[in-house]
Design a binder for this molecule. Structure first.
Ligand code: IMP
Ligand code: MG
Length: 178
């Protein structure tokens, strides 16, 4: 089992680079199968989703466009509960199939705030993909249409996910050991 120690905490690898890349390819294929005849716009949620977005969009076998939105809520290992959404000036999304790419959904508050902003742009369809989902997300009304992996309710880092802005560069995903 691969682990990394950060100060006095231990993180254990739960998804290897290979696990992630295999799943991202599967997701890209499913998206293409279901949306190849539509105008697809991927909306990347900065900063965490940069990594999965770069892999997914390049693996997606069809044409697509990309927009970015910034959302912030986390402080350290806990969500602050307040979601700040910015950089929402996107190109025209009317009649487009908008697919939000998230790294992780925990309470669902972030995704709810993003949906609120994007619905104002009147997209033809508004869909959400999240690489990871924690069990707590299930109590949120926003449906996640595509989920990479269901994980336990513990803090994770790597592949875009940060601990106070660090460790985004890790190629696998590690979970805090209690
Ligand atoms: P939510 O609003 O509670 O669903 O949280 C979503 C956002 O919080 C994600 O987009 C991440 O940026 C961040 N987040 C949630 N869980 C984790 C985690 O375990 N590690 C790092 N960031 C997380
Ligand atoms: Mg995020």
């Amino acid at each position: 089992m691969k682990t990394i120690a950060i100060e006095d905490e231990v993180f254990e690898e739960i998804l290897s680079e290979d696990d992630i890349q295999t799943r991202v390819k599967e997701l890209a294929a499913v998206l293409h199968e279901e949306h190849q005849n539509e105008d697809v716009v991927f909306v990347v949620i900065l900063k965490g989703s940069l990594f999965i977005a770069a892999d997914l969009i390049r693996t997606y076998p069809g044409r697509s466009m990309m927009e970015v939105i910034r959302a912030r809520s986390y402080k350290g290992k806990k969500s602050s509960g307040m979601v700040e959404v910015s950089m929402t000036e996107t190109a025209d999304l009317s009649d487009k199939t908008v697919i939000i790419i998230e790294d992780i959904v925990e309470t669902g508050k972030t995704i709810q705030a993003i949906h609120h902003h994007l619905r104002l742009k009147k997209p033809g369809r508004l869909l959400t993909l999240s690489l990871l989902r924690k069990p707590s997300a299930l109590s949120n009304p926003v449906a996640i249409d595509y989920v990479g992996f269901e994980i336990d309710q513990a803090f994770v880092i790597g592949y875009g996910l940060d601990y106070d802005e660090r460790f985004r560069e890790l190629r696998s995903i590690y979970q805090l050991k209690e």
